[in-house]
Design a protein around this ligand. Structure first.
Ligand code: DAH
Length: 341
């Protein structure tokens, strides 16, 4: 029987060899248990330390402890290697391939333009209001001073919901032709002053072509207070269009007719964008001073209150801004188109 100290080295060597020979974490664990576990060979040797004669103990203790430290370090090193190996791909992998790009979505160009318009109006104290796309005849036309026999209805033919007429409803449901209906809904609910803009979807009985679509988007504006003037209207429109179309944008009002405003105007604008498409002036919006009859319809005193309103198409703004020549591109959801904005 060799002495205590002589037993240490061979035991250590065989344990080191066993650790190194382990090819996976499970067999390494087995090797650890058989050496350093509570019934392990090395542990058994340690237990004999106590039985040694007193004078042999210091040397023997030192030897066995340093071996233990060495074994534990070797075990940890091998465990690291095997963990790394386990995490490695099983198949051959080309680490030089480029990573997979995550595609980040974008807002639709119409949403972007709408948000820009809203942002500009917010700067001057307007709030966003909303109303239903399925409207009735009253809000869309009658309350806006456009009775059933009014010729202005011809240019705004729309889709009627057949069940509302069958049910004998006096004011049939329809898809709203403009966001102007929201003027009425807001004024019915709220006392003046009013300062709203209304972005939203509208419908017309139109055939789709490069500049028309049966559904499109508008922004309506309404300002009601005491002593409001055409000057306020023009200044506001000028501010917003300069924000949208560039600081050198010019605005021009031309007399026009809308049944819910008096006087009424069409707004033309001029900028490098209009000149780019070969035009000095381009018609962009309708507006005017709110007709006294409209105020009376919602219960406002037209002697006390005055105001202006305007409406314009969002697609048209976006088309001019980005140089788009066909409105239908907005609705086709073609990634090649949408990615550009
Ligand atoms: N509703 C009109 C349209 O769809 C646009 C419009 C014109 C709105 C004059 C207004 C306005 O508020 O005062 O063509």
């Amino acid at each position: 029987m060799p002495g205590f100290i002589e037993q240490i080295e061979p035991l250590k060597q065989s344990a080191l060899a066993e650790f190194q020979a382990s090819e996976d974490l499970a067999s390494l664990e087995q090797a650890r248990v058989s050496c350093l576990g509570s019934n392990g060979k090395f542990t058994a040797l340690l237990k004999q330390l106590g039985a040694l004669p007193k004078e042999e103990k210091p040397l023997a203790g030192k030897a066995i402890n340093s071996s233990k430290v060495e074994l534990e370090a070797a075990l940890a090193r091998r465990r690291n290697e095997l963990e790394l190996k386990a995490a490695f791909p099983k198949e051959p992998t080309d680490f030089t391939l480029p990573g997979r790009r995550r595609i980040v979505g974008k807002l639709h160009p119409l949403t972007q333009v709408t948000e820009d318009i809203v942002r500009s109006f917010r700067k001057i104290g307007f709030v966003v209001a909303d109303g239903p796309e399925v409207e009735d005849d009253y809000y869309c036309f009658d309350a806006l001073n456009t009775p059933a026999d009014h010729p202005a209805r011809d240019s705004q033919d729309t889709f009627y919901l057949s069940n509302s007429t069958q049910a004998g409803q006096s004011s049939p449901y329809l898809l709203r032709t403009h966001t102007s209906s929201v003027q009425i809904r807001v004024m019915e609910k709220q006392a003046p002053p009013v300062r709203i803009i209304v972005p939203g979807r509208v419908y017309r009985r139109d055939n789709a072509d490069a500049t028309h679509n049966p559904t499109f988007h508008q922004v309506e504006g309404l300002y009601v207070d005491r002593n409001v003037t055409v000057g306020d209207l023009k200044g506001t429109v000028e501010f917003v269009f300069r924000e949208l179309m560039g600081p050198e944008t010019q605005i021009r009002f031309r007399p026009h007719y809308f049944s819910y405003t008096e006087p009424s105007f069409e707004i033309d604008f001029s900028s490098s964008l209009t000149r780019k498409i070969g035009k000095q002036w381009l018609e962009i919006a309708g507006c005017g001073m709110v007709h006294p009859q409209v105020f009376e319809n919602v219960g406002y005193d037209s002697e006390e209150w005055s105001g202006w309103a305007f409406g314009f198409g969002i697609e048209r703004i976006a088309m001019i801004r980005y140089g788009i020549n066909d409105i239908r591109l907005f609705y086709e959801n073609d990634q090649r188109f949408l990615k550009q904005f």
